[in-house]
Write a protein that binds this ligand. Structure first.
Ligand SMILES: Nc1ncnc2c1ncn2[C@@H]1O[C@H](COP(=O)(O)OP(=O)(O)OP(=O)(O)O)[C@@H](O)[C@H]1O
Ligand SMILES: [Mg+2]
Length: 311
């Protein structure tokens, strides 16, 4: 449904994105996750045809965004970072207006305005002037205008930014429900949002794709049991020295809990060191009081990836 190949954008000498390549299948909700300035908006603007790429190409719903840009645009809905709403129109007037811009026939415009007002739960506000709506409801109008022409592909740039927590929950629910029928790409720098809404996530940092997987796989693949927390009674320094020497262990942090120490052992993923560490402690005659493996949260993975720490 969306296919991006080697997308690169230069602003003068500055490289905003480089070699961004990915696919999104029909019905998928794909998250673009990355810190400020990572290149999320730039990628989305290229996909929606608002700016040209310096190199690389992309297809939306089977249409090349450059050579078949009209067709591509007909098949996509876009919620830009700042929604250009006409604040003196009512919700219904605005949606009709956008529907007509997309070339929908009069009858269809009426029907679809009503439908998107329902889908985005704007019923109570259909005759309210947009200027009087709260930020969250404006964002919903933004989503409504993006789906009015029933596009196959939806590109939503930070759809939940600036919305209060209660409305965020609803907006996320709405976006999630749009997947299935539409192929959705959304950008965010909020990690929990990705796990909640997206089936797959692309982590983008400094203009490059640094990871791409399902949220739960990212945790498993990169994290797995790459950290063990163990409570041990015994001679602190000796314990740290012994554990540190185990192959694959990257770091050992100790913490005194009074009568025993808690050690957080970090090691390279891909190897489960639990048994080996347990055996070691017991063989030395120290007291093993607790031992638990911990996976990495998406947040930690993100931090690791984006700080370029060795994994
Ligand atoms: N028109 C432009 N001219 C020069 N540099 C630009 C332009 N647009 C974007 N950039 C730069 O490209 C980089 C990527 O910007 P982009 O807006 O894509 O980031 P983003 O991931 O959307 O960030 P945010 O989370 O803050 O929205 C940034 O360093 C930005 O300053
Ligand atoms: Mg942005």
């Amino acid at each position: 449904m969306i296919e991006a190949k080697g997308l690169t954008k230069h602003y003068g000498d500055f490289i905003a994105i480089e070699d961004v390549t990915f696919k999104a299948e029909k019905g998928e909700v794909l998250g673009f996750l990355g810190p400020n300035g990572a290149g999320k908006t730039t990628t989305m603007r290229i996909l929606t045809g608002y700016i040209p790429a310096t190199s690389g190409d992309a297809k939306v719903a089977g249409y090349d965004i450059l050579t078949q840009s009209l067709e591509a645009r007909q098949h996509l809905g876009y919620l830009p970072e700042t929604v250009p709403l006409y604040t003196d129109m009512t919700v219904r007037e605005y949606l009709r207006f956008v529907g007509k811009l997309h070339g929908l026939a009069n009858g269809k415009v009426e029907k679809r305005s009503g439908q998107v007002i329902d889908i985005c739960r704007l019923g109570d506000y259909r005759d309210t002037t947009i200027g009087k709506l709260s930020k969250g409801f404006r964002q919903r109008v933004g989503i409504a205008q993006a789906i009015i022409h029933e596009p196959d592909v939806l590109i939503l740039d930070e759809p939940t930014i600036g919305i209060d927590p209660r409305q965020v929950v609803e907006t996320r629910g709405l976006i999630k429900s749009l997947g299935g029928e539409h192929t959705v790409i959304l950008s965010t720098h909020i990690l929990p949002e990705v796990s909640m809404v997206c089936g797959r996530v692309i982590i983008i940092n400094e203009g490059r794709v640094v990871a791409m997987d399902r949220p739960e796989n990212l945790s498993n693949r990169l994290g797995g049991a790459s950290r063990i927390v163990m409570d041990v009674r015994g001679p602190d320094r000796e314990i740290v020295q012994t554990i540190s020497k185990v192959e694959g262990v990257k770091a050992v942090h100790g913490e005194n809990l009074g009568g025993r120490q808690r050690y957080t052992v970090e090691f390279r993923p891909g190897k489960d060191l639990r048994e080996e560490l347990a055996r070691l402690v017991v063989n030395r005659g120290w007291g093993l009081l607790a031992l638990e493996a911990q996976g990495l949260s998406l947040e930690e993975i993100f931090l690791k990836l984006t700080t370029r720490e060795e994994l």
